[in-house]
Design a protein around this ligand. Sequence first.
Ligand code: ATP
Ligand code: MG
Length: 369
Amino acid sequence: MPLKQLKIQHIRNLSAVSLAPLSRINILHGDNGSGKTSVLEAIHFLGLTRSFRGSQFRHLLQEGQTSALVFAQADPLGHGANKPLGVERTLDGDVRARYAGQTLGPTELAELLPLQVINSDTFDLLDGSPGVRRQFLDWGAFHADPAFIQHWRGFKRALKQRNSLLKCGKIDPRMRKVWDAELIHYAELMTVQRQAYIDRLLPDFEATLAALLQGVEVRLLFSPGWDRSKGLEALLAESFERDLRQGFTGLGPQRADIRFKVGTLNAADRLSRGQKKLVVSAFRLAQGALFHRLSKRACIYLIDDLPSELDERHCRQFCEFLEASANQCFITCVDPGLLSRVWQPETDVALFRVESGTLMHEGAPGDQT
Ligand SMILES: Nc1ncnc2c1ncn2[C@@H]1O[C@H](COP(=O)(O)OP(=O)(O)OP(=O)(O)O)[C@@H](O)[C@H]1O
Ligand SMILES: [Mg+2]
């Protein structure tokens, strides 16, 4: 279990709160505006130095404060020993992350604490722009293959150079050749890794979806961003005049996407709201299951308002899936109702009551009765 205790300072309405002892499944309940989502944001901040709600740090930082700090006793690598992990960020832009006495860069931190968020924005996996799906895909490829990040960075650099040459309008043919070769090289490498990741993920996705939602078959189709049977080199040459007119490169991995289909229709047009929630959750949970199989490490799931959109049966199935998984989960809800009684007695579950920015540990479900 990655996180054993947590201290949060100056995140939204959480001035200084502690969560301890943490369990594998942690349920945070409380009224609207009490601070439940803020706790999830604090954990996200610990893994990625930013919130999942908007990109501006000053919105996450408690009003009137100049720095935020989240500190944990953690065993993210599953070594059986807790070590201190802390992230501090100031309003003037300083970010410091330390684990076991060592300073970490953003990539090392992201590798150390793999996080998955399931909230109302997760619907964007079906309804949103392709960028959201590429981010999802790249999270998986990043955690599945250590070489992916180098290829991704190489590709981004080449694309940026090519696009700035296109924007100038006049391209030296030798320069174009150099950057095209670099772009094609990394585009191929990262696309092979993306495809390999999707191929590995598919069985997990199907199994997870079958556990969460019966009677709906969803197919996943990966589209790499160009017609690979024609080859990127030929296509870049073919579309060069158009790229020049537009001032950017139109084809390549920057246009990759995943399509979700139910029968012949897009899942976004075909499924109900609750069904969509279960499909996108299955997608994220499948990532955690695959991550665990490949690395033997657990993911942390931040699930905001789990019961919303779901009827009791589907909510129960969702919890049963989490219970059987290896993940550490932080689940918020307004009314703990079902979420306080759905677990098997042997499951390690803790309830926390959140009230106006304070947290009370209520023990395991059933301790209160
Ligand atoms: N930068 C900030 N500084 C101080 N308080 C803030 C800041 N940003 C938001 N808040 C307040 O923090 C409180 C907690 O918000 P949060 O979104 O965590 O509530 P919640 O318990 O998840 O509520 P809901 O059930 O409505 O989702 C809210 O009252 C909000 O107005
Ligand atoms: Mg909330």
